[in-house]
Design a protein around this ligand. Structure first.
Ligand code: 13P
Length: 289
């Protein structure tokens, strides 16, 4: 499948065109199918993100790799799709994902010393070359919690960003006061001064993690300053859960054959699709393939 690609060409194009590619985390079959349908219906390139926890939940990296590829084949998806390991915590996790057919990996060494982060990122870059896969690295850290990965939210040091960039990574995730999960009350907003410095010294496409709940004007400004990929998980989880809640609270599962999982899943899938389309529009990547 020539449209099952790594993330490099998607983010490079986004950088040149001053928009951001959407990275949507998936959690199950219905999620994956919804995202692929959005990509196809809008002819937009999308990065499918899978955390270590989500891969484990679904059965493992092979299940995920085969699920995405098989759905693309059976649904005749022609839009460009990358399958990306989100927040890989070790060299081994990146290796397993690549072996299972992922086209892109993030090594998140933010829980290590910077020297160790740099050393492992270097090894991941070398390994990924053998698979023609792209690599995302992390400098500083993203606050909050994502699937058991907890970050302190340190704003990235531009000098460390430069050192990671010089390893030949394709994408850089730098902490700029962004947070996974809902933003806490009194949050001070994104650190645009740091973003500007990091964009300049690293000269790489940058990623905005914690893409759920950031005010739209801040997202646009971040894109204008070098963000080329925005990661969203929580917002889709919220609309998925809300649609199920509405169905059950209205006793729809007790009406006719409303207990059929295919009926229960219809509204949450539509909710994911509608929200994903809105986000593609917000990021400027609707129709960009
Ligand atoms: P949110 O869950 O806050 O949208 O963050 C997603 C993310 O950054 C995945 O890496």
């Amino acid at each position: 499948m020539e449209n099952f690609i790594n993330a490099k060409s998607l983010v490079d194009k986004a950088r040149a065109g001053k928009y951001a590619v959407a990275h949507f985390n998936i959690n199950n079959l219905e999620w994956t199918r919804s995202i692929l349908e959005v990509a196809q219906e809008t002819q937009s390139g999308i990065i499918i993100g899978v955390s270590e926890g989500a891969a484990k939940y679904m059965g493992g990296y092979h299940v995920v790799g085969n699920l995405v590829k098989s759905l693309m084949q059976d649904l005749k998806i022609t839009a460009p799709i990358a399958l990306h390991l989100d927040h890989g915590q070790s060299f081994e996790a990146c290796q397993q994902a690549l072996e299972a057919g992922f086209t892109s990996v993030m090594f998140d060494g933010s829980h290590l010393s910077f020297t160790e982060n740099l050393a492992i990122t270097k090894r991941v870059v070398e390994l990924a070359k053998k698979y023609n896969a792209s690599v995302e690295a992390e400098a500083g850290s993203i606050g909050g919690e994502e699937d058991g990965v907890v970050g302190l939210g340190e704003v990235a040091d531009p000098n460390e960003c430069k050192q990671l960039a010089d390893l030949g990574i394709d994408i850089l995730a730098a902490g700029i006061n962004n947070v996974h999960g809902p933003y806490p009350e009194g949050w001070q907003g994104l650190n645009f001064d740091s973003l500007q410095k990091i964009a300049q010294v690293s000269n790489k496409p940058l990623v905005l993690h914690g893409g759920s709940g950031i005010p739209k004007e801040q997202v646009s400004k971040a894109i204008s300053l070098g963000i080329c990929k925005v990661n969203v998980n929580t917002e889709l989880q919220e609309v998925f859960a809300a649609a199920i809640r509405e169905y059950i609270v209205a006793d729809k599962d007790k009406t006719k054959k409303g207990y059929d999982p295919r009926k229960i899943m219809r509204a949450p899938m539509d909710a994911i699709k509608n929200t994903a389309k809105e986000l593609l529009t917000e990021f400027g990547s609707l129709g960009k393939s």
